[in-house]
Design a protein around this ligand. Sequence first.
Ligand SMILES: Cc1ncc(COP(=O)(O)O)c(C=O)c1O
Length: 489
Amino acid sequence: MPASQLRSLNIDNINPHIKEAKYAVRGELAVKSEEFRAQLQKGEGKDLPFDSVISANIGNPQQLDQKPITFFRQVASILENPGLLDSEEMLEKHCGYKSDVFERARQLLKDVKSVGAYSQSQGAPGIRQSVANFIERRDGYPADAATIFLSAGASSGVNTLMNVICATPQTGVLVPIPQYPLYTATLSVLNAKCVPYYLNEESNWSTDVSGMRSALEKAKAEGIDVRAVVVINPGNPTGGSLAPEGINEVLELAAEEKLVCIADEVYQTNVFQGEFHSFKKGLRDLQKSRKNKEGKFDNVELASLHSISKGMVGECGHRGGYYEMIGFDPEVTAQIYKFVSIMLCPPVIGQCLLETMVNPPTSSQPSYPLYRAEYDGIAQGLKDRANALYTTFSKMEGVSCQSPQGSMYLFPTITLPPKAVEAAQEAGKSADEYYCLRLLEATGVCIVPGSGFGQREGTLHFRTTFLAPGTEWVGRIEEFHKGFMAEFR
Ligand SMILES: Cc1ncc(COP(=O)(O)O)c(C=O)c1O
């Protein structure tokens, strides 16, 4: 009997849209790097030219030795084991717990009862209120807990929004290129249309609204019903951080063209140059301004997302996040509520960690000094490593890189010799894939080819995180690059 008839499912009869989706950050190179890691762990990698694998392919802070913030985990430890509340004295004396840890744990337990219980579909009400307070402090405008949905990381929020927006195969969503492939992959799975707009590399990967407008017009002419625009700020993979004027331009486009604006702001605390400006504040400022004469901005629909995965928190394995929904029709919000209810609720421990992130110890509380020191130490470490990597890239032949502005990544352009491009073709790979594969095989450093995020025709890039500790691995990239360029000169 042919293999395809042995089972119900085979590669030709499963959902074709799953097959179409591409997600390079955990693709072939990542799989290969894990094989190398397993080999080395078993002591079998004697013939490999490196003795460790560096996963610079994904923004996974704690896998790369970023330490969890003590306050967050002390609270979480009590939530997981509430019996510890009977041993407060011992924990204070011997484990460095402070009184505000117990207070917070009690307050959260009151809200969720147990982290082993389902919460409300939208997330525990007290935690949503904390998120609303955080947004209010951040932006200087009120936020309403009823419009906040907690989620299993920002990914789950994006998935929900896209599921609701993508009504037909002709539904389109404007997506920045380069982009984090969650967006293109989700659109593929939902059989909807990605409408790409290109970011401006020359001006620190800024958003070019005229480019967005032409992408939109072209899509409309092709019969695509464009319903939403995604902005990733600060950017992944680019690190670019938007100024208020750039945010206003996008909101104006959203208002004029009736597009839902999806602001992915998961890197809002990873900002090295200038300050983070939220889309929510941008929208409220516009609504109050003279530009809103005829109520142009009154009905803009904005969904802005945040997460516990990034920043100095880095709790991505706990899967927590939220999105705030501004200006949506209540009937649509009710359908979103129903949709998330089908998944019951986001992980409750992730919700609680989100609460500690949005409501950290304040200066009068006993956990504050350590919290501050840990937070600032991580922020400084990231900044130093970003700058060290940038300095190295700036010295490398054929590599040009925008200075680090935000997020956890650098995304340099590489210009490879024509012979390297030919060798890539012979190997059946794109030139940037070939470069990244050779780098992995030679050094154990795993990075992601620019083609995994989209790039302008005729350009080549790679993305690396700057999360891995130390600089030895940066030296490995530099050495490899010299050899690679010499080989194909
Ligand atoms: C821009 C962007 N959005 C969303 C996510 C997903 O984050 P989460 O872990 O919160 O699902 C990532 C993860 O790398 C990201 O880079």
